[in-house]
Structure formats: C-alpha cells, structure tokens
Design a protein around this ligand. Sequence first.
Ligand code: FES
Length: 148
Amino acid sequence: MPYSKEVTERFYGVLNSPKQFAVGRFDPKDPNVATGMTGAPACGDVMKVQFKLDKDERIIDVKFKTYGCGSAIASSTMFVEMLKGRTIEEARLIKDKDIAKALDLPPIKIHCSVLAEASIKDAIRDWEQKHDKNNNKFSQTNEKRENT
Ligand code: FES
C-alpha cells in the first residue's frame, strides 16, 4: 500500500523539522489552550492536539504530538493547517473525510484521519469545560490531558 506524495512529504517533513510542522505542546492549564487526546484501540496509536485561542474564540496557534503511523502524522499536520484561523464553531465542522481526502488516504488508512477528528472534538470538549459551557461533565478527561 503506497502512501500518497502528500503523506510522504508531510511525514518526512515532521521527521526532519518537527518544530516547523508544529510538533510540541502548550501548557494544558493555560485558560486559552484547549487540549484533545485520543487513542485508536485497533492499532494503539495516540494523537494529541492543542490549540490556543484568542478572546473571540479564534484559533491562533496549534501544536500536536502523535505516536503513530505515517498517515496519522500526516493527518496531524493537516489539521494544524485546517484549524489555524478558525473559530471553535468552524473547527467543529472539520471531518475525518476532509482530512482523508486532502491526504489521498487509501481506505485501509481512513481510521488514521478518524483519530484526527476525534482529537479535535476532544479538544473542543476541553475548551467547553474550561469555559463552563458544559457543566463540567468532562472533568475526568481533563485530568488525563494535564498529566501528558
Ligand atoms: Fe494507527 Fe494509522 S495505523 S493511526
């Protein structure tokens, strides 16, 4: 199963210059930072995304850490591009199929982009909890985020 040119270039880009591709972390306790983390039970890969928002809830910066396959790493770099400049509500509309299409992922690798969408959704839940938009019902996942 060959990877597309898009996946290959992004994967090697991350390996060669991780900071340039937004590998890293923000302080998860920062009130302007949302953190999402998801694991894929099928393969054991883990993806963490963090975004920093301004007062208008617009995403001004994104970082990620991904332990996984080339498609998962490429999907992470793709959501960095897709998230920057968007509002929380716009970020909510990003779907795994958008990421898979942009990367030309083969059907056997679609779950890698599903992991990316799930991480974004988890970060949005973190944001809602931090800003008391969901009555703190996700407090257990927040402890997990702060310990990574
Ligand atoms: Fe696990 Fe790609 S094989 S995320």
